[in-house]
Design a protein. Structure first.
Length: 296
């Protein structure tokens, strides 16, 4: 008689963990990237780790600007910009200003597998003297679209340099939430962190006037052109400037405020009509007729 056989799966190896992830390893010989565990297991934002892994996989010379990264990831410019800043603070990413042989200043980005390394054995070159400070393009775009006396222009004109610009944490969180949610209605309305900070005071003014966030969203996203010839921030700044604020809601009556006394009803001595007056007598019509008779 044949030996009995069972259809049940065989027991796991003795070294296999009872719970948690079990890796199925495949030896890769092409199209792979080596990332340190310190970076892959970095605590904090998953967007930061994802951006770092993506940059590590790119060949030298690839564009890693915020716009280029936003074309690859579904996150907006605010989250991508924040991830790049975290990588720069941690030492994985370095933006270095270098002078070309023609004398122009350009910014080159270095990404390190291990924080603190240098792209050449002799160390980083002496950084060139920076040119005259210039406002970022986003600031110039919003400044051109806003009037001299608008909250947007005041926010732009207040800080002369990028380092003194207000941060996202200093802006009205409700106004920033309205601005960052616009891309859900129209994916083209992607704002950078700086643009959101500059437009937030104007949106906060609308919120303070009693306009609901849904109404502001409808105003800023309705009847947009098919093609943008400028940054979305300029279009939003124009609409916030040109659309008049609604009239403030009427102030509620004070319960303890004195109210005018209601005059009692009187019966007219002439026509016997009812009219309100402090004392008995004739109504206004009868008094007018009496004056006409006296004058005639």
């Amino acid at each position: 008689m044949a030996d009995p056989q069972s259809n049940a799966p065989s027991c796991a190896d003795a070294g296999t963990p009872a719970s948690g992830v079990i890796h199925v390893r495949t030896r890769l010989t092409a199209d792979f990237t080596v990332i340190s565990n310190a970076l892959a297991q970095r605590r904090g934002s998953a967007v930061t780790v994802g951006v770092a892994a993506y940059i590590s996989s790119l060949p030298d010379g690839s564009s890693v600007t915020i716009s280029a990264l936003c074309e690859h990831f579904s996150e907006g410019e605010i989250l991508i910009s924040r991830a790049l800043k975290e990588l720069e603070t941690a030492g994985y990413l370095e933006r270095r200003r270098e002078r070309t042989p023609s004398g122009q200043i350009r910014t080159r980005t270095y990404f390190y597998d291990v924080p603190g390394g240098h792209p050449d054995p002799d160390g980083p070159p002496e950084p060139p003297k920076p040119p005259r400070p210039r406002k970022p393009r986003a600031v110039e775009a919003v400044e051109k679209a806003a009037p001299p006396s608008s909250p947007v222009t005041e926010a732009v004109a207040a800080p002369p340099l990028a380092e003194t610009m207000p941060s996202l944490s200093e802006a009205d969180p409700k106004a920033v939430a309205v601005l960052t949610s616009l891309r859900r209605v129209d994916p083209r309305l992607v704002l950078s962190e700086r643009e959101a900070v500059l437009l937030a005071p104007a949106v906060a003014e609308w919120l303070a006037a009693g306009v609901a966030p849904s109404q502001i969203t409808a105003l800023l996203t309705a009847r947009l052109p098919d093609h943008f010839l400028t940054r979305p921030a300029r279009i939003l700044a124009f609409r916030l400037r040109e659309t008049p604020l609604p009239a403030p809601p009427p102030r509620p009556l004070d319960e303890h405020a004195p109210r005018p006394a209601v005059l009692p009803f009187q019966t007219c001595d002439g026509c016997e009509r009812a009219f309100r007056a402090p004392e008995a007598g004739q109504c206004r019509e009868c008094r007018r007729k009496n004056r006409l008779r006296a004058a005639g």
